[in-house]
Design a protein around this ligand. Sequence first.
Ligand code: ATP
Ligand code: MG
Length: 392
Amino acid sequence: MKEIILAKYGEIILKGGNRAKFESMLMTNIKNSLRNVAETSIRLAQATVYVEVEDGDKIDLVVERLSKIFGLVAITKAAVCEKDIDDIREKAKEYLAKDLTPGKKFKVEAKRSDKSFPLNSPQICMEVGGWLDDEFPEIIVDVHNPDVTVRVEVRDFAAYVYADENKIQGQGGMPIGSGNKATLLLSGGIDSPVAGHMISKRGVEIDAVNFFSFPYTSERAKEKVIKLASILAQYTSKINLYIVPFTEIQLQIRDKCPEEQMTLIMRRFMMRIAERIAVQNKSKALITGESVGQVASQTLAALDVTNAVVDMPILQPLIGMDKLEITDRSVAIGAYETSILPYEDCCTVFTPKHPTTNPKRENIEKSEKHLDIEKLIEEALAGVEKIEVYPE
Ligand code: ATP
Ligand code: MG
C-alpha cells in the first residue's frame, strides 16, 4: 500500500505576514536533511509537509530524520487513498488492522479541506466508523475515551488515513536560519551539547569552539568533540567547529597565577577567544553550558568574573536546570553516550585543588597582569583548526 509522511509544523503558524518566509526556511532545511538519505518529493499545504519517499524501505529513516528538524511538532506515516469513500474504507481496514485489535476502543475523526468531496466530515466519520465496526467485530466505538483515533483527511490531491497513536512528536522550535548565528563553547561534557541544542531549537544557527590541550588531552578527546558536533549537526545540518590550541595559555596560567584562580582565568581566556572567533564569523552571541552552583566556577561570583571579559551576549540556557534534567535532555538528543566517554577534557588536566568560589574581578585582573593576554590570544587564534562537521 502506498504510504506518505505527514509532518505538521508548530509555532510558525503564529508568524502572520512572515509565515511564508519561515515556511520556506523549514522546507529548505527538510530538503537538506533528506538529500543524502532518500529520493523524496516534498510539498507544503495547510501547515502540513507531505513527504513521499521513492524507496518504501527508507520511509522509517526519513521519519527519523524529520523527527530532528526544528519547526515540526508531529510526524506520522499515513496510507494514501483515492478520494473515494470505498477506497478510504478499504485502505483504513488494511492499514489499521494492526492497531484495531480485539477489545480496542476507537473513534474516527475526519477533516475535509476539499469541499467538492461529496461527503462532509461527520458523514465520512459515520461511513468509515460504521464500516470498521462491522469489519472488526471485536472493537468498540468510544468517542470519549478511545484507544485508537482513526484520522481521515481529504485533501487536494488525495485522502490520507492514519491512527493518531502512531504519530511521533517532533522537536518543536523554529527553523534553523530564522534566528541569526551563535557560537557554542563545546567541551566534551554533558552540558554544552544540550545548551547548543536548546538555542539552535529556537532557529539559531550554531558554530562551535573547542579548546584543546595537546598533548595533555589526546587525539581521542578531539574525536569525541567532533562526534558531539556531528550529533548536534543532525539538528542543524552543518556545524563549523573551531579547535583552539590551549596548552600554552594553560601552562602560563599555571606558572604565573595563583593556583586557586587557575580555572577562572582559563575560562576568561576561553570567553575572549570565543568572542573573537564569533565576531569574525558574524555570530551574535556566545553559548555556554553553565548551571548555577554545579561546580566552583559556576557560583554567581565566578560567573560574573568569567563573563566580564566579553561584550557579546552570553546565552546560558541551562542556568537554572538541575544536572538530572540536563542529563535527561542529553539522552533525548542522543549525545549522552558520547558525552560520558571517559576521555580527559582540557580543564580536568589543569584543575586546582581548592578553586576559589567567591572571586572578585579586581583580584583576578591583578593576577592576569603577569600574562601577556593579547599575545597569548593572538598565538592561539593563529593555530585554530576549522573543521566542517556534517550529521553522522
Ligand atoms: P560541560 O559538561 O559542558 O563540559 P561543565 O559542567 O563541565 O560543562 P565547566 O567545565 O565549568 O562545566 O564548563 C562550563 C562551560 O564552559 C561548558 O559548558 C562549555 O560551554 C565551556 N567549556 C568548558 N571547557 C571547554 C572546552 N574545553 N572547550 C570549549 N568550551 C568549554
Ligand atoms: Mg566540562
